[in-house]
Design a binder for this molecule. Sequence first.
Ligand code: MSP
Length: 599
Amino acid sequence: MFPLSRLVMRSPCRVLTRVGAALRLSGHALHGRPPRVYGIHDRQASQCSKPYYITTPIFYVNASPHIGHVYSAVTADCLHRYKLLKGYNSRFATGTDEHGLKIQQAASNAGKEPLSFCTEISESFKHVFQRCSISYTDYIRTTEQRHTRAVEDFWMVLQSKGFLYKGTYEGWYSTPDESFLTPAQVTDGTDSEGRRIKVSSESGHKVEWMKEDNYMFRLSDFRTEVLRWLRSNPKVIRPVKFHDLVLQWLEDDDIPDLSVSRQKSRLQWGIPVPGDPEQTIYVWLDALVNYLTVVGYPQNHAQWWTAVHHVVGKDILKFHAIYWPAFLMAAGLPLPRMIYVHSHWTVEGKKMSKSLGNVINPLDAIEKFSADGLRYFLLRQGVPDSDCDYYDDKVVKVCNSELADALGGLLNRCTAPSLNPAQLYPRFSNTCFPKEENCGKAVSDDYRMMEAVSALPVVVERHFENLNIYKALEAISACVRLTNRFVQRHAPWKLDRKEDQQWLDTILHVSLECLRMYGILLQPVVPGLAHKILSRLGVAPEERSWDSLNFLRRYEGGDCVLEGRALGPDLGVLFSRLERSPVKRKTPKMATTQDEGKS
Ligand code: MSP
């Protein structure tokens, strides 16, 4: 006997159970306009529910979007959609990082005026995000006026508090990383023509020696405070491996003061230092402030700012986990609630790079696999603490087996008119599936499946909260397999309609209840497919929130509002099987929980 009631979940605000409705926008609803997840419930949401604010890094506009960028965005989108389902008033910001030497050089190489160069690439990011169902609520460009005002204000606060001074920076600088490096962070390398050069040991990018008069930020003053913050908040950077890495940097490495401006003669494309137009603000200080600009800094930002969560790639950890907290401490502002770090995608075992010609264009991938296919693959195979390898056949294999065959097959079987000619949500019979095992028609494995599906929301929630989205998907996929086995075991198509109608209906009821759970839980990951599943089951938009994860209420003796209700229209195949590319490759391995911690 298994009490399902103890697994019922609560959201912070019940009024917001209807916010799930907003997720109707799903994949299809995003056409040519800024995606919005809020619908008519905006005002209710902002009045009564807890704020949640999630950001992606803002993307450099020196090159077109690739799947690595999309991975950062899809990860944040998934967390945003998940928080909305949980009843939070969630805000999700993304955008483009448009200043700095790297962009100045890229525009000049392209023979374009910097702003129009930036606008072109920024638009291409927006386009990719729209095609990929990235439902951001705010899009920021660092060339906007509102951002200039925020950066100027932030600068003046740092200055008025005595954290900036004029000095001379002499040391290494990497333009591709827009980063200052200590001698210990630099090593020998060669350029594309075999000449000996100095490179960053972390990124491998070329570094140059520079000596310049500019403004310095008293970063070294904050070393102890940042350490204290990290030690007293052991979960603030996830996965823990990255938290430990930052602690190690702070404990072992030199943390010198940081140059936060460049001479205008070197860098024109940026925000001038207030009161000193011969200096331009360092692009990372400029860029990090974007997170504040979005929420209205320097006015009215307090409510959102205390709820900020950052998603970042591992390459920009130092900027977010050391510089940013130090800047915020200096400005007297609260620190991020969470920094979620993810690793990188390689392509067929190699780092993605223009020179290797292996950069994956997300639009091509969406064309081949659909937005939901690409999203599912990235989140199912993306293990945050180790790099992951992308190749087309792996996408095909994952999507075919888990979306087309397992999930699509289950939906197709259980809603087929041949098994369910009335096309109603079938009735559950406690006689066929009683609480006591061995008393009805259900067998022991059926009870085990039911336990697994009942526990699924708690499991998925835990994994989402820890940025282990792949583990959540692994758990859902395991349950889908159990439900398929349940259907296979009882072969409802072989049952006699007259004698076994109750049992047949019960099998279908249990299966549809499982599918309803999978549909609700999958909304943050594959919004289009989840919408198809839930619509086919006749689940109304306001019945799709986390609060609706009340699995199989009839088993507990409760009511099931869906029982007897007409199923929704058949929207066709859930996910069409993908063709493998003609070239034969080794059999891909699926990500499992054992992959965690591997680097
Ligand atoms: N502009 C800075 C961020 C400033 S945030 C205040 C920047 N931009 S970026 O375009 O280079 O990178 C943006 C994000 O894309 C980062 O999170 C980075 O880790 C991610 N990725 C870039 N290449 C990637 C892969 N190959 N794989 C996964 N993510 C990758 O850094």
